[in-house]
Design a protein around this ligand. Structure first.
Ligand code: NDP
Length: 282
């Protein structure tokens, strides 16, 4: 019988992870099935345990359950420990092992697909939820010069920055970036701005003043889809050098999870190109 995997989240119907893992499996000759698991709010643990009891081998975890998954796992790998969030669960002898591949996926996409060197870069990270938590340590490990974490709930940004325990990291609320028409209050300029918020679900862009956007070489939106999100539109309006969505990160983090589960690393470029064409309706 094929080994069973799934992505668990809420909502989850939009997820491209099943298509990506099916392409990886076909490419590497692995015998797996990969589905979607919709868990109700407050129903994460029950849904995970039912899946495990029915013989499931592993799960990807998406919004809003990454921190629940961290609390649930019996043991966590260092990257998941550092993040306090889990996006990949492996069931080994009934025990749940947690890993976080989001950060590796983001770094790989930025450095290899987009072609921006992270070493020495000044980075603004918008958001302090599960996705943001997963990328802090990998960005620091990539040698960035500074990381400003800005979040709607300022306390979460401050807490996440403090948890990093690194002098390059600071946490604040949006007012620290200044007013829409003025220079940034901090005087800071960023090479890379990453939107790790779910603001696009509310058809909104995080309130980053245009002067802050304008100086960036790359605006990276973690959401992905057929069309630009409000953040991407704002970045284009501000003439940011390069504007990309999170499809590359999605494919790269999936490849990390697949390697972990199956012990074989798939090629990501053909899968990225195929899913991009599908998103565009081609
Ligand atoms: P969480 O629910 O854990 O966190 C959401 C974050 O977004 C919080 O920081 C929240 O702020 C902020 N936020 C929500 N709405 C708004 C808004 N209208 N304006 C400003 N800030 C807002 O979600 P995740 O961290 O798991 O996911 C965030 C995004 O990243 C999602 O869109 C997800 O799809 C995407 N993602 C993409 C991946 C990829 O591989 N491409 C991987 C992981 C995530 P507050 O704390 O104030 O509530």
């Amino acid at each position: 019988m094929s080994d069973r995997y799934a992505v668990i989240g809420n909502p989850v119907a939009h997820s491209r992870s099943p298509a990506i893992h099916a392409l990886f499996a076909a490419q590497t000759g692995q015998d797996i099935v990969y589905g979607r698991l919709l868990a109700p709010t407050g129903g994460f643990v029950a849904a995970v345990e039912r899946f495990r009891d029915e013989g499931g081998a592993g799960l990807n975890v998406t919004l809003p359950f990454k921190v629940d998954a961290y609390r649930y796992c019996a043991r966590c790998a260092p990257r998941a420990q550092a993040a306090g969030a889990v996006n990949t669960i492996s069931f080994l002898a009934g025990e749940a092992l947690g890993e976080n591949t989001d950060g590796a996926g983001l770094v790989r996409d930025i450095e290899h697909r987009v072609g921006l060197a992270l070493r020495g870069a000044r980075v603004l990270l918008l958001g302090a939820g599960g996705a943001a938590r997963g990328v802090v340590a990998p960005l620091l490990d990539a040698g960035i010069a500074a990381l400003a974490i800005v979040n709607r709930s300022e306390a979460r940004a401050v807490e996440l920055a403090a948890a990093a325990g690194d002098p390059r990291v600071s946490g604040a609320g949006y007012p620290s970036l200044g007013e829409a028409d003025s220079s940034p209050a901090t005087g800071a300029r960023f090479d890379l701005i990453v939107n790790a918020t779910s603001s696009a679900l509310a058809h909104a862009a995080p309130p980053v003043p245009a002067p802050v956007l304008r100086g960036a070489a790359l605006a990276y939106e973690m959401m992905y889809g057929a069309s630009d999100t409000p953040f991407m539109r704002a970045a284009r309006d501000a003439s940011v050098g390069r504007v990309v969505d999170g499809l590359g990160m999605l494919v790269e983090q999936a490849a990390e999870s697949f390697s972990l589960w199956r012990g074989v690393r798939p090629q990501t470029d053909p899968v990225y190109e195929r899913i991009r064409r599908e998103l565009a309706g081609a």
